[in-house]
Design a protein around this ligand. Sequence first.
Ligand code: ADP
Ligand code: MG
Length: 365
Amino acid sequence: MKFKYTWNIVRRMIAMVLVLGMVPGMAACGAGNNQKQMVEQQDFLLNTVCNLKLQEWEGTYEEGEALAVQAFDLARELENKMSRTVAGSDIDRINQAAGQPVEITDSRVVDVLDKSISYGELSGGKFDITVGKLVGMWNFSSGEAVVPEEEKIRQEVLHVGYENLIIEAGESLLETPGEEHWYVTLDDPQAHLDLGAIAKGYIVDQVSGFLAENGVTRGIVDFGGNISCIGTKADGSPWLIGIKRPVSATGTEVGENQLVGVVQVEPNCSAVTSGTYERKFEQDGVLYHHILDPETGYPCDTDVSGVTIIGSNPTDCDALSTICLLLGKDKGMALIESLGDAEAVFITNDGEIHCSSGVKFEAVQ
Ligand code: ADP
Ligand code: MG
């Protein structure tokens, strides 16, 4: 594999490997019923380190390896449709269309857009995928980010509004006449979409579904902290996922690779973490993180430094983790408690841990 690792990326890789390695039983190599060695593959996709671990599957070791390769191919295919920064992706075509309808032929892209609109509504507009231009201006992933000009931020905020995203079903004029396709219009020529808060979860869902459909009965999909657990651990007990201790609010990186605890994830369920410590930079003594308040265009002011959502669907967990960070601990917790199918572990800026009522969390002393 040939990647251009920046120092930030290397540090994220080390942190993630440590997290997974430290969870008891989680990396235990081996051997399901058929005594095969575990397949472990890593790739750099979606601007993050992605890991696949297959512990039990139908077929030979080589077939397991081939499945993992196909799973990464599927993830790359979806990234190439959903990434704002891939020229010619469906999202790029919508962004470049300057308010004109764009034909979308892949229902998976439409699914993500549909869900994003629902989460815009559920969050009272805090979750808004039309922050694309702002995300581009802040450019957190570049490793060279600086605070954009105030006036430019003010201008771009005027064009944020998921209400401008219109999805219509229709007959294809272009590709295969007669089949149903969709027309997506971003009804503000200045606005751009960015799926950074939800696409990873969706892609993890697709990848774990692909693996399960192809005979994998035990394994972990972990794309940059978006984790889906297939089956159980080898002893039949649920997977335990480590939660990293967030960097302190002052930015001191003490204990970066330590765990605050482990959370239990039921078979075929997910755990997704968002943190203000993940993509960030410091300028003039101020820490800027990558989750933006759509009203101000600046990193959201939040008392949460990290939040892990546990639930049955990684797409929902991904969107909810970002939303809980945007809402803060009290409103985020109230939202989680109001939903049937999600649990949360919040870590606030003061280092305190707050668990929702149904979470199975064990603190590490
Ligand atoms: P990560 O990408 O580190 O896993 P999140 O899932 O929380 O973290 O997503 C953060 C990303 O979502 C940002 O990097 C950006 O691309 C996008 N984003 C930032 N602010 C918002 C927002 N208010 N609503 C929706 N997406 C956002
Ligand atoms: Mg998210």
